[in-house]
Design a protein around this ligand. Sequence first.
Ligand code: IPM
Ligand code: MG
Length: 358
Amino acid sequence: MKLKIAVLPGDGIGPEIVTQAMEVVQSVCEKFDHELICKEALVGAVAIDAVGNPYPEETHILCMESNAVLFGAIGSPKYDHDPSASIRPEQGLLAMRKRLGLYANIRPVTTFPSLIHRSPLRTDLVDGADFICLRELTGGLYFGRPQGRSEDGSTAYDTCVYTVEEIERIICLAYQYALKRRKKLTVVDKANILSTSRLWRQVAQQIAKEYPEVETEYLFVDNAAMQIIQCPKRFDVIVTENMFGDILTDEASVIAGSLGLLPSASIGVHTSVFEPIHGSYPQAAGKDIANPLATILSSALMFEYAFGLNAEGQLIRDAVQASLSVRIVTEDLAETGKAYKTSEVGRWISDYIRAAKI
Ligand code: IPM
Ligand code: MG
């Protein structure tokens, strides 16, 4: 198969982790005899510095012309510490999500046997936890207008907006996932307070009628935040709006043992994007210490979701499991053992793939 991939390393640790993930992608393509065509483009703070735009037109065109996008991370302290900056790196990520129509962000949360003890949660609570969070990605507070400040600067506002159509498409997708899994859907909202949440619940209740074989439950987001930590195994598919999904999935990464482990797939109208859920970790940039696993696991999702190549995705996951069980891990997972470099972990995994018998 011919795989055209747009590679968007972005900021901070982005380039290092994406280099390792692409090395893994390359090794899988060699193994399975796929033709890999990849091109890099600018996004985020590096794009602002180079061309004054966090999501340049050239980058968008490359994404549109590719079969999949592998994305690193976005964000820079230079902008975080300057709240008055009018152009921000994160706008690049939001523009990409909006323009590619990526309305669904799929974040699987699973545990790794060799890391169970790393979770700050009790082993018996997390062992066997396996759910996916579907985060709506192109609506809500992230995109609602008006947004800004009053003229005298003394008041700021953001607007949360959702249309029936935006809610319907993600709820329907969530049911598709629930049907393929353990047939349980948790709709997370704040319907006791927010009118957008009441619309979510109304739309979800309507669609639920079409899926009698799926058990649907409704949780307020504060309660969901507690239960994800208290009894993660009760969840199968969680669907929620943009901001709640952002927060709950960082929280859920605690179950896996590190934020450096959670991959994601963003799908929708145009080319799908595969990216780790963590940020650009600027303190670690250039030091070759960041955990590349979330990005490598995102590349596994890319093979499966963008190309339907399941054996390829599985081989990457097996290689990651193998690296964890022999403790070839970066410092976030090393405990008292040796901490390996980003590049060493990446190389170990691609060597494992090259040597694998298929
Ligand atoms: C994420 C990140 C982004 C978000 C940031 C970097 C804009 O936290 O993908 O979860 O809030 O969506
Ligand atoms: Mg986030």
